[in-house]
Write a protein that binds this ligand. Structure first.
Ligand code: PLP
Length: 403
């Protein structure tokens, strides 16, 4: 019996989760595996946020809320956009869901007709393209490699838009590349988009506070003329180390926000009431812990970039934000492993690194761009130093084959 619809049969489970499960299985069997495959902070949720959740539970904040978020959380989000981004959004232009993942899903479910095209610059967060496929859309993948600093150029965007284009996905800072668009680069993309009034813009800004070299600029600030077709996506998962609490949010045009709320009211209903109370505290409470947290990520970024750059054959562009490095690994394709296998792809290379170095990474194939691999630096500097040494040793063992 086949239980899967055509659209479901076209998608895969999250590849980074699959690799992490493999790493956990190896660990359970007693192997000393370092898992650099998962995209979540290794910090704990700050104590004042946990205290707010405890208070909420004791005070009876344990019932259904409005399906698309409590008035308190929407007010906190509206205030956040104003004070941190300089953007004016009323509470009617704000929505809350079970993670940024559900925000994106709701937005696509609300707007995409069968056959609509969604432009996704690669490398991209793996869920984007599968969500589009699941909902009957057509992902149009534009490869933007290290030679482009992983950024989409206005020329390529202009050449890709068709009458069927419904969305352009943008993600800055990017998972997996860490690339960040400047104000000028946003403006140049905005100029192309102004000529195509049917195209909506999904600006996923979930890593906005984790930046190392220069300040982050929201797409909404650079392109105010596109306000009626831009959805700014964000959430508390990464900034506040709250991945398990499942709170994401977005700001955009009233009609879109209202329709997304309607979709959510008929699917999951409201996000957890206790998590919403905690998110109010996250957004309105003390922010000082972010300074040492980002400084630590930056020190790890430097450690990882220097370590990778010192391995002959790996090419690495220093990530300006988020907590991933995405080295290019073409030099190793075609080489032979000590057990006689030939590395044919980045998927083979990641599998080799897990087998030989006992380090879990995710192949570029999962992000629509090869040959690369992603490693997360959401682990301590001591663990990262150990992982880099193991990766180096395993890569040096790969033999160049005679032509
Ligand atoms: N967007 C990007 C670029 C991400 O990397 C992630 C998580 O890995 C998400 C969105 C979803 O985050 P959440 O659903 O936890 O809010």
């Amino acid at each position: 019996m086949n239980y899967e619809s055509t659209n479901v049969s076209r998608i895969a489970e999250s590849p980074s989760m699959a690799i992490s499960v493999q790493a956990k299985t190896m660990r359970a069997a007693g192997e000393n595996v370092i898992d650099l495959s998962l995209g979540e902070p290794d910090f704990d949720t700050p104590a004042h946020i946990i205290a707010a959740a405890e208070r909420a539970m004791r005070n009876g904040i344990t019932r259904y809320t409005a399906a698309d978020g409590t008035p308190e959380l929407k007010a906190a989000i509206s205030h956040k956009f104003k004070t941190e981004n300089g953007l004016d959004f009323s509470t009617a232009e704000v929505t809350v869901a079970n993670g940024a993942k559900q925000i994106i899903f709701n937005a696509l479910l609300t707007t995409v007709e069968a056959g609509d095209e969604v432009i996704i610059p690669a490398p991209y967060w793996a869920s984007y393209s599968d969500m589009v496929t699941l909902l009957g859309g057509v992902p149009i993948i534009l490869e933007c490699g290290s030679e482009d600093n992983f950024l989409l150029s206005p020329e390529r965007l202009a050449a890709t838009i068709t009458p069927r284009t419904r969305w352009l996905f943008l993600n800055s800072p990017s998972n997996p590349s860490g690339a960040i668009y400047t104000h000028e680069q946003w403006v140049a993309l905005g100029a192309v988009l102004s000529k195509h009034p049917r195209v909506l813009v999904m600006s996923d800004e979930i890593y906005e506070r984790i930046v190392f070299d220069r300040p982050f600029v929201s797409f909404g600030i650079a392109c105010p003329e596109l306000r009626d077709r831009t959805l700014i996506v964000n959430g508390v998962s990464k900034t506040y180390a709250m991945t398990g609490w499942r709170i994401g949010y977005a700001a955009g045009p009233k009609g879109l926000i209202k329709a997304m709320g309607k979709v959510q009211s008929q699917s999951t209903g409201n996000p957890c009431s206790i998590s919403q109370a905690a998110a109010v505290e996250a957004l309105t409470g003390p922010q000082d812990f972010l300074i040492p947290m980002v400084a630590e990520y930056k020190a790890r970024r430097d450690l990882v970039v220097n370590g990778l750059a010192a391995i002959p054959g790996l090419e690495v562009v220093s990530p300006e934000g988020a907590f991933y490095a995405f080295p290019r690994c073409d030099a190793f394709i075609g080489r032979k492993t000590p057990d006689g296998a030939v590395i044919q792809s980045d998927t083979d290379l990641s599998a080799y690194l897990l087998r030989r170095a006992k380090v879990a990474t995710v192949p570029g194939a999962a992000y629509g761009l090869q040959p690369y691999f992603r490693l997360s630096f959401a682990s301590s500097q001591a663990v990262l130093a150990d992982a880099l040494e193991r990766i180096r040793a395993a890569l040096l063992e790969l033999e160049v084959q005679a032509a």
